[in-house]
Design a protein around this ligand. Structure first.
Ligand code: ADP
Length: 475
């Protein structure tokens, strides 16, 4: 089967969060399973783009209303990622360092989607499935079905995978003319709550909807930033498929970003060496348990709980624990977290920014990883942590509920129900007690490290979904 994945992110070309990790890994496993898989992302000005070799396979002009943008399709020459990676180069719109956050994001991602379809049409072969990811690619299922110029592609089956339903890509109907011409009787597919909502369009028009965990699918039927009734209405074509992790990239035995490699057989010494490296770098005490947080510092992730929870945990347990935070986001949260480094020197530190290498070292060298998320469609941090022998402390929500079970219930982590400072501190206290019971602590680590979260198994669920929509169409 020929499968296209269209996305705003793909590791290692461009990463902000979990979307990149999934789009960077799932296609590799699908390709290994015998399919022809191609991934298409915009050509941003990133390190990967600048350090790798690309060949131009197509070029043309995107028409966006009265604007015209020349574009090229660049293919990564070696296929070293395990699938064909294509970049859509639209210099005027994407030759910038950041992936999101520009005033013209609507124009950027609409041009990207139009260029992708123009190119696929020009290839003269019709793919079996186009798997769109999140709202940045949400208009593709609509355009394929209704824009006159893509009529030859109207048989292509489409899937929208929802990695985060909070962000929906709204825009006004004043920009509707950007979409290649279609019969206006279909304009209703574009509308949700008086605006044009890219994610809602995809949910209505795609042949299948997948979310990145089963529990998240249940949750968005109840609360989805205004789309819950829509999700209810498409339940029969929806499926929650728990993300996997790329066990080649995330392998504590081979990870080049670690100070010391380790496996389930020697994790105690291996983890301690990584911890010592981290503690030396961040002026922490390697003889004490190390709690870490990695992620976007927003309320969605429980980032707003961190300053007070850290201050309380450190004052209660001061000199008993270390806390290390890696992330960026809300400037108020960042400022509060930075302020704490003056108050708890030697036991607390924070790195504001994005740092892939440091993230790997933190997964390897920490004892516990904090994830007090309000919303977590799947969450990858807990799966990386488990693989690196670090015990996750999570709020039971979305994919965290599906992957972490409290050690009191013979599980692999520590769970709490509320996204509250009290619950986080209570869990930290339980963790300190657990840390002091080395036999039990190590047993839980081993349980976590033995869990199989690889894509091999999961990728088959995507293929089954594709087959179902293809067979339904043929019958
Ligand atoms: P998100 O909602 O951000 O996509 P996920 O848990 O699905 O959350 O994925 C987060 C991914 O981004 C993980 O690979 C995590 O290690 C990485 N990450 C998040 N913030 C940072 C950061 N500041 N530096 C390095 N990696 C980060």
């Amino acid at each position: 089967m020929e499968i296209f994945h269209i996305s705003a992110e793909c590791y290692p070309m461009a990463k902000v969060g979990g979307l990149a990790d999934v789009v960077g890994a799932l296609p590799k496993y699908q390709q290994n399973a015998g399919h022809e898989v191609r991934v298409v992302v915009p050509s941003y000005d990133t390190k990967f783009k600048n350090e790798n070799d690309f060949v131009c396979v197509h070029w043309g002009t995107v028409e966006l209303g009265s604007f015209q943008f020349p574009y090229s399709v660049l293919k990564e020459r070696t296929d070293k990622l395990g699938y064909e990676l294509y970049l859509i180069e639209i210099k005027e719109l994407f030759d910038r360092p950041n992936i999101y956050g520009y005033d013209d994001d609507i124009e950027r991602f609409l041009s990207f989607q139009i260029a992708v379809l123009d190119w696929i049409k020009a290839r003269n072969t019709v793919p079996d499935v186009i798997n769109c990811h999140d709202h940045h690619t949400g208009l593709i299922p609509f355009m394929l079905q209704f824009s006159y110029k893509y009529e030859v592609l109207s048989e292509v089956r489409t899937v929208i995978t929802i990695h985060n339903g909070l962000y929906q890509g709204w825009f006004g109907f004043d920009k509707m003319h950007y979409i290649p011409e279609f019969d206006l009787k279909h304009a209703g597919f574009l509308e949700w709550n008086n605006s044009l909502n890219s994610l809602a369009v995809a949910v209505k028009c795609a042949h299948a909807v997948t979310t990145v965990s089963p529990s998240y699918l249940d949750e968005i039927n109840v609360s989805a930033n205004g789309l819950e009734s829509l999700f209810n209405s498409v339940r029969s074509k929806s499926k929650g498929i728990l993300n996997g992790i790329d066990i080649e990239v995330w392998n504590p035995l081979k990870d080049k970003m670690l100070e010391e490699h380790f496996s389930i057989d020697d994790f105690e010494t291996g983890k301690q060496k990584n911890k010592e490296k981290l503690c030396e770098r961040f002026d922490l005490d390697a003889s004490k348990p190390l709690f870490s947080f990695i992620g976007r510092l927003f309320d969605e992730k429980g980032g707003d709980l961190l300053p007070l929870a850290s201050a309380l945990a450190l004052s209660e347990n001061f000199k008993d624990i270390n806390l290390l935070i890696l992330g960026s986001g809300n400037p108020d949260i960042e400022a509060q977290l930075l302020q704490l480094s003056n108050d708890y020197k030697g036991n607390y530190n924070v790195f504001i920014g994005y740092n892939e290498e440091l993230a790997h070292l933190i997964y390897a060298g920490s004892d516990f990883i904090l994830m007090p998320s309000r919303v977590e469609p799947c969450g990858l941090n807990q799966m990386y942590a488990l693989r690196y022998g670090t015990i996750p402390i999570v709020r039971r929500t979305g994919g965290l509920r599906d992957t972490v079970i409290d050690f009191g219930d013979d599980g692999n982590g520590i769970c709490h129900d509320q996204a509250s400072v009290g619950d986080v501190c209570y869990s930290i206290n339980r963790a300190v007690n657990l840390y002091n019971d080395k036999t039990r602590f190590n047993k839980i680590i081993i349980k976590g490290m033995s869990t199989d979260h690889s894509w091999e198994r999961v990728c088959q669920e995507y293929i089954e979904t594709y087959n179902q929509i293809i067979q339904k169409h043929e019958s």
